[in-house]
Ligand binder design. Structure first.
Ligand code: ADP
Ligand code: MG
Length: 259
């Protein structure tokens, strides 16, 4: 893996960033014998705090598997993952479930809002489940940052896809998790709604200080991120810090990074 930088970034000019999540020697094998698939073949990765990172790569390169391992939704065959300084393999199933609930946010392609709850109730669900009270200042900040104040009483079927995904982002960030994972968050949206949702994801990083990691295969979506991790055949080919489009396209084609 090569790591390339264009000098100090505007977000971290006061020293090196803390690491929100990291992976060491991550391998994930599915099946056995002739049917063995090596989805991840030794991934080393540090995802810095307070940044918007896109994970890109061809279909089958291991993006979803990597995200699921980083988020504690899948168990690696080999290697280690830590999130917020906690080694996930040190947690038993119950502790891992609680850890995920309290420290990790998720945004799914299909929104996954509960249909019988209105937007406000959906956003507050993670706090309700954790038995935590609502900080009204935090709630107002998140709702206003996502531009959904006038939709709080609506149920999901009364909202557009883009509005539903903004509610889902609010739900993912309300409890200030160490990291938010989003797997193809604009996969069900038209280009206008995609741009809107990506803009709000970026606002959650810029204005709320949230760390976001997004799996995508779309160049347009990756352009909203600060940094891009390029996966190929289950390994990290490049971890690009603030690449321009030219460098990103070259990396995706498998060419050496051009400066
Ligand atoms: P991507 O998200 O980049 O398209 P995935 O992480 O979904 O890639 O998959 C990586 C490889 O692992 C693919 O070859 C895929 O077929 C395989 N794979 C993923 N999940 C499973 C599974 N549950 N069982 C068997 N093979 C799987
Ligand atoms: Mg995938």
């Amino acid at each position: 893996m090569t790591q390339t930088t264009f000098g100090p970034t505007p977000h971290h000019d006061s020293g090196p960033a803390e690491t929100a999540a990291s992976a060491r020697g991550l391998c994930r094998t599915y099946g056995r014998g002739d049917a063995t698939v090596h989805a991840l073949r030794g991934v080393d990765l540090d995802l810095p705090d307070g940044r918007f990172t896109a994970i890109m790569g061809a279909s089958g390169s291991g993006k979803s598997t990597l995200m699921h391992c980083l988020a504690g939704l899948d168990t690696p065959t080999e290697g280690r993952v830590s999130v917020g300084g906690v080694e996930l393999h040190s947690l038993d199933d119950t502790a891992l479930t609680v850890f995920r609930r309290d420290h990790i946010g998720f945004v799914f392609q299909s929104y996954n809002l509960l249909p019988m709850l209105d937007a406000r109730q959906n956003i507050l669900l993670p706090l309700d489940l954790a038995g935590r009270s609502v900080d009204t200042g935090r709630f107002d900040l998140v709702v206003d940052t996502m531009g959904i104040r006038d939709r709080l009483g609506h149920r999901p079927h009364q909202l557009s896809g883009g509005q539903q995904q903004r509610v889902a982002i609010a739900r993912a960030v309300i409890a200030q998790p160490d990291i938010v994972f989003a797997d193809e968050p604009t996969g069900n949206l038209d280009s206008e709604a995609s741009a809107e949702v990506l803009g709000f994801l970026r606002r959650s990083v810029r204005e709320l200080g949230q760390t976001v990691v997004m799996v995508t295969h779309e160049l347009d979506a990756a352009a909203y991120a600060d940094d891009v991790v390029v996966l190929a055949d289950g390994v990290v080919r490049e971890h690009l810090v603030e690449p321009g489009t030219d460098r990103l396209v070259a990396a995706l084609r498998g060419e050496a990074a051009v400066r």
